[in-house]
Design a protein around this ligand. Structure first.
Ligand SMILES: Cc1cc2nc3c(=O)[nH]c(=O)nc-3n(C[C@H](O)[C@H](O)[C@H](O)COP(=O)(O)O)c2cc1C
Length: 186
C-alpha cells in the first residue's frame, strides 16, 4: 500500500467558489494522487479548474468540522495556483493536475507540486488528534459500515481522546459524536 497523507484539500468551482474537504493524498513518486469517490464537489471542481491546495493542519476541528457542516474556515489566496489555502495551515502544497485516470467509482487526479511552503513548526504528535481523524473517517462512512463496527472502533479511540486531548480535540470529538448519535437516533 502507498503512503497516504491526510490533508485539507481546497479546490475551486466553475463559479470561483472555494470548496474544502479532508482527503488523503496518495504518494506516487514525487507526485500526489487525489482520489475522490463519485459524486463529489472536489471531483467536479478538479474537472473544471485543474488545481488544488493541500493544507497541513494539526487543528483537527477542521477535519471534524467539514464532516459536520462546519466548512467556514479562514482561507487565503495561494500564490501560484488559482485556489485558496487554509490561512492557519502549518504548511501547504500548491498542486497542478497533470493527468487523470478516469474511473466509474473513484477517478485519480495525478498532481504535481508547484509550490511548497512552511508557515509554522510541527508541534509533536498528539494521540487525540490521530483519534479524531480516525473518527472523522468513520463518520464519513456511517452509511457504509455496520453500526457495531463504528461503535466498537469509536470506543477504542475514545480512550486516547480522554487521556491526551486539549480543548480543540475535545471540541472536534464532540461534533463527531453528536453526528454519530443523531444518525443512530433517527
Ligand atoms: C481523513 C479523511 C480522509 C478522507 N479521504 C477521502 C478520499 O481520499 N477520497 C474521498 O472521496 N473521500 C475522502 N474522505 C471523505 C470526504 O472528506 C468527504 O466525503 C467529502 O465530503 C468529500 O466530498 P466533497 O468533495 O463533495 O466534499 C476523507 C475523509 C476524512 C475525514
Amino acid at each position: 500500500m502507498p503512503l497516504i497523507r491526510e490533508t485539507m484539500v481546497i479546490t475551486t468551482g466553475r463559479d470561483g467558489r472555494a470548496h474544502i474537504a479532508p482527503l488523503g493524498l496518495i504518494a506516487e513518486g514525487d507526485d500526489w494522487i487525489i482520489a475522490p469517490f463519485r459524486p463529489s464537489a472536489t471531483l467536479d471542481n478538479l474537472e473544471a479548474v485543474p488545481f488544488a491546495t493541500a493544507s497541513h493542519t494539526d487543528d483537527v476541528r477542521v477535519f471534524a468540522g467539514c464532516l459536520t457542516g462546519r466548512r467556514d474556515w479562514p482561507t487565503t489566496d495561494a500564490e501560484i495556483v488559482p485556489v485558496q489555502r487554509l490561512t492557519d495551515a502549518l504548511g501547504h502544497l500548491e498542486l497542478a493536475v497533470i493527468g487523470v485516470a478516469d474511473d466509474a467509482q473513484r477517478p485519480r487526479f495525478r498532481c504535481r507540486v508547484v509550490r511548497s511552503v512552511q508557515h509554522a513548526p510541527f508541534q509533536g504528535f498528539n494521540r487525540a488528534q490521530a483519534a479524531v481523524i480516525e473518527a472523522a473517517i468513520l463518520v464519513s462512512r456511517l452509511t457504509l459500515l455496520p453500526r457495531e463496527r463504528i461503535e466498537g472502533e469509536l470506543a477504542v479511540l475514545k480512550s486516547a481522546v480522554e487521556k491526551t486531548a486539549g480543548p480543540r480535540e475535545f471540541e472536534a470529538w464532540s461534533w463527531l459524536m453528536n453526528k454519530v448519535a443523531a444518525y443512530y437516533d433517527r
